[in-house]
Unconditional design. Structure first.
Length: 112
């Protein structure tokens, strides 16, 4: 099975809605998943750094007045292509899992 989780796809998808800092991304993931998914900082920031190194996102430090600057991430053109690829892969995976689950239900009903 190729998918256990795809945090990078979640991050790219959330950034497609607009630039965000790490905490905002974590909130978007939690909110959009209806509180099903939560991302620990220990996983989020390494994934952000990897996506930045791959060129899928860019980052800049944004001043916040009296507070320390905040690093804000934005999707790049390369990131949009990566997101499209990951969405297609996920949809194929979901169709495959759905087919297996439907087949198992049908076989169970026929076997009764």
């Amino acid at each position: 099975m190729t998918f256990r989780e795809d945090l990078e796809a979640l991050i790219l998808s959330c950034l497609s809605a607009g630039p965000a800092h790490g905490y905002e991304l974590s909130k978007r993931i939690r909110t959009l998943s209806q509180d099903v998914l939560s991302v620990a900082e220990g996983k989020l920031y390494p994934a952000l750094h990897a996506l930045e190194a791959e060129g899928d996102i860019s980052a800049q430090w944004v001043p916040q007045g009296n507070k320390p600057p905040r690093k804000v991430y934005e999707l790049t053109d390369s990131g949009r292509l990566t997101l499209e690829r990951k969405q297609a892969e996920w949809q194929a995976f979901a169709r495959g899992v759905g087919s297996v689950l439907r087949s198992a239900v049908i076989e169970c009903e026929v076997g009764r």
